[in-house]
Design a protein around this ligand. Sequence first.
Ligand SMILES: NC(=O)c1ccc[n+]([C@@H]2O[C@H](COP(=O)([O-])OP(=O)(O)OC[C@H]3O[C@@H](n4cnc5c(N)ncnc54)[C@H](O)[C@@H]3O)[C@@H](O)[C@H]2O)c1
Ligand SMILES: O[C@H]1[C@H](O)[C@@H](O)[C@H](O)[C@@H](O)[C@H]1O
Length: 352
Amino acid sequence: MNPARIAVVGVGMMGADHVVRITERTAGATVAVLSDYFPDKAEQLAATIGGCRVVGDPLDAIADPGVDAVVLASPGPAHEKQLAACLDAGKPVMCEKPLTTDVISSLEIVEREASLGRKLIQVGFMRRFDREYEQLKSLIGDGVFGRPLLAHCVHRNPAVPPGFDSSMIVKDSLVHEVDVTRFLFDEEITTVQIITPRSNPGAPVGVVDPQIAIFTTESGRHVDVECFVTTGVAYEVRTELVGELGSAIIGLDQGLIRKQRNPVQAGRGDARRVAGIWGGDITPSFVERFGGAYDVEIQRWVNAVRRGDNVDGPGAWDGYAAAAVCAAAVTALETGEPQRVEMVSRASIPGA
Ligand SMILES: NC(=O)c1ccc[n+]([C@@H]2O[C@H](COP(=O)([O-])OP(=O)(O)OC[C@H]3O[C@@H](n4cnc5c(N)ncnc54)[C@H](O)[C@@H]3O)[C@@H](O)[C@H]2O)c1
Ligand SMILES: O[C@H]1[C@H](O)[C@@H](O)[C@H](O)[C@@H](O)[C@H]1O
């Protein structure tokens, strides 16, 4: 089978990382074309990897007959047009989150893809490919903790780029916990509230940081998230899942830590930690924390592309659902009131 010929559109931090990933660590794929709003940037990167062409206009890169599939790592506002071009060309695309930057255009993309009868879009919610998140998901599937009841999440960044505002904490950072909630519990989020404690003096002027988000899901589960993006410390992403019969936490550099009723002494309220100690390293950024997850994400996507299958990772619907929750969360942030998430039903779009 020939390698999949990939165009990478947008070669900034994330795009350049994917170029190295595809070139050095992905089987069955080759970077054929690079494209960026600043072609010089693409030229410089192309010179370091060799064997690929630079195409100035991203839409030409997508339509290029020498390209089988596209990695979109341009900024969110560029995604709508570029995704539409991928659908028009019938090419699979791995689109970094967000799908698009608003709910209406996200829904349009869902409808457009559904009308083709093929799943071409994967959204870059890489946590679904992280080993620890996969372990949490399997624990739920195995019923080890009975039914899951709630989750507590922490999402801390040492710093954010210039221009990052309060709503971007929702749309750029909290969006990952939105997807984690939907992934773990397999149901939609129905309400969202944002609580704003006293702001960190180290946050840029006007940026409301930290934020505490509270989600309620269709079946009444609760998820709370501390999103704090200017800690000045390190990159910390933790999720603790609490079920009827026990709990488990990931993100402590200890692997998954489980607490459950002692099977021997069950009934006496006894609990034991199955593994782990406190302490360990904290990753400096998402590149280290989720490097393995990005590798798996891209490899599985490439495998699906080569088989000619529908992509099987998080798709356009997941991107739309995340956009709908984030829109409600931004309103919740602005008003201080809990908000209902407004979404169309999936069943109303055949093929979505
Ligand atoms: N999954 C994750 O953990 C993760 C992490 C970081 C960023 N992201 C996402 O990746 C995308 C890129 O983020 P980044 O941090 O690499 O940003 P970046 O600013 O470092 O890179 C973006 C690149 O796109 C180029 N560009 C701008 N407009 C363009 C256009 N219309 N067409 C093509 N190229 C264009 C820029 O010149 C730049 O080189 C965003 O959607 C972001 O949300 C995801
Ligand atoms: O764009 C990044 C990226 O999505 C990271 O995974 C997230 O942890 C950061 O908060 C966000 O700014």
